[in-house]
Design a protein around this ligand. Structure first.
Ligand code: ASP
Length: 468
């Protein structure tokens, strides 16, 4: 017999069906046994009565056993019906049980929300945690959000292109994770903090509209809403102005979230300058929702524009505030080229803010070599240093580069807003602990001596946990 998904059972009233499922809840009532069964599509109640041979097997079932159940789809007696619940009006009269897999008692109840459970236990047994209803929903909302954004862009002639994971450092204001090279002992790759330079080179290559659901890896101080790894909907477009990128992204976000049933507080999204934002909210991220909006899951988007290009570091040198590849606003290009009025230069950067989080950010880029060089000069780089850091992109830009700009939307931040979650780990399948330990897998961990030798690495600082 072919498997029927639980959500489709109601269409098979009076028929005998087969379901494949987990035992969600088991209730032994002596002469009868009741169950809730769960598959990816939903839950259904099952009941055994009057069949001693079936009842005998039924009594061995415990939560999280994986089973194949045959049974007849019956309407529930009138007063046992549950309105507004999937399968609230039917139950499965069990006629056969095959145990596909037994389960030990789970370390926490799968039928309960795990949000308050110990983080380390949840991450150690992540595949169990992911079985819970809230986690299933969050991961599926994430998949749906990405799918709809991607489709929106693909329908508008974007080309999806993967860029390397083993690469050279790209400055996004964080530290790099590095990977040693076996063939070049003492030399290292960096994992990408973003595909920034590659996507710009793809504009140089004539693709005009690029998208990638890209992993970005940054060695940052971990916080609830910030991990080492995140995913971004990474976009770059040629022959565009700031407003063009903002407008297509606004349409993508609006189309996506509204089609998923969410309400947006204000359309078009309000646009405010960095200066106004600092004066009004004391920050460049802010939450425009009322208490009522918060209760109703409303999404309050806004754009922030006109950020200062540069800020001073602790040592007094200039550094970029957002992205060194950005174009200054047109009226400041001469200042930048002359190295003057640095503190007042504004960038074409635009940030998308939603419900207090930075949901995305991007800019129009400086596609002319002399402007990019001037940015690095302001930041105190010599000609050799500029060549070392961005020589390849400056070289490429000498061969006819279209004006271009782009943006990246953080998938996790956006899905946190959709689901109302406050921590990254609630919207990532396999997140890290607060201490940077991977879920399920044991990393980071020391390498075997053999591997270190092969890589030409000698470790001077012993891992604190290792025996001395
Ligand atoms: N590269 C930027 C980031 O990852 C986004 C962009 O400017 O497109 O934050």
């Amino acid at each position: 017999m072919e498997r029927t998904l639980i959500k489709n059972l109601a269409a098979h009233k009076t028929e005998t069906v087969l379901i494949n499922a987990w035992v969600h809840v088991a209730r032994d009532q002596g002469k009868m046994a009741f169950f809730d069964f769960r598959d990816r599509s939903g839950k259904v109640q099952g009941v055994v009565f009057g069949k001693p041979e079936v009842l005998e097997i039924a009594k061995t079932l415990r939560p999280e056993f994986v089973v194949a159940i045959t049974g007849i789809v019956n309407e529930r007696p009138e007063k046992m019906r549950k309105e507004g619940v999937l399968n609230g009006d039917i139950e499965l009269e069990i006629t056969g049980i095959e145990v596909l897999s037994e389960a030990q008692t789970p370390v926490f109840e799968i039928s309960e929300d795990s949000i308050d459970k110990d983080e380390e236990v949840r991450l150690k047994y992540r595949s169990l945690d992911l079985r819970t209803e809230r986690m299933q929903r969050n991961i599926r909302v994430r998949s749906e959000f990405v799918r709809r954004c991607r489709n929106f862009l693909m329908e508008r002639d974007f080309c999806e292109i993967e860029t390397p994971l083993l690469t050279e450092s790209t400055p996004e204001g964080s530290r790099d994770f590095v990977v040693p090279s076996r063939h070049n002992p003492g030399s290292f790759y960096a994992l990408p903090q973003s595909p920034q330079q590659y996507k710009q080179l793809l504009m140089n290559a004539g693709f005009e509209r690029y998208v990638q659901i890209a992993r970005a890896i940054r060695d940052e101080d971990l916080r609830a809403d910030r991990g080492y790894e995140h995913t971004q909907i990474d976009v770059e477009m040629s022959f565009v102005k700031r407003e063009d990128v903002m407008s297509i992204i606004e349409e993508m976000v609006t189309t996506t979230v509204e089609s998923m049933g969410y309400t947006i507080k204000q359309k078009p999204f309000p646009v405010i300058t960095y200066q106004e934002s600092m004066e009004k909210y004391g920050a460049d991220k802010f939450d425009l929702r009322t208490e009522e909006d918060k209760k109703n899951g409303v999404l309050a988007y806004a754009w922030v524009v006109d950020f200062p290009f540069f800020e001073k570091t602790d040592s007094g040198a200039w550094t970029f505030t957002h992205n060194p590849f950005s174009m200054p606003k047109e009226e400041y290009i001469d200042d930048l080229l002359a190295g003057e009025n640095i503190e007042n230069i504004l960038t074409t950067q635009y940030d998308l803010v939603c419900n207090g989080y930075e949901a995305g950010g991007g800019s129009i880029r400086s596609h002319k070599p002399e402007i990019l060089e001037a940015v690095y000069k302001v930041m105190g780089n010599t000609a050799e240093e500029i060549d070392d850091k961005v020589g390849h992109i400056i070289e490429a830009f000498k061969f006819g580069t279209p004006p271009h700009g782009g943006i990246a939307l953080g998938v996790e931040r956006n899905v946190m807003n959709l689901t109302g979650e406050e921590a990254l780990r609630e919207v990532q399948a396999f997140p890290m602990t607060r201490k940077g330990q991977t879920a399920v897998m044991n990393a980071p961990k020391p390498l075997a001596l053999e591997q270190l030798l092969e890589l030409g690495i000698s470790v001077t600082k012993k891992n604190a946990d290792e025996p001395k």
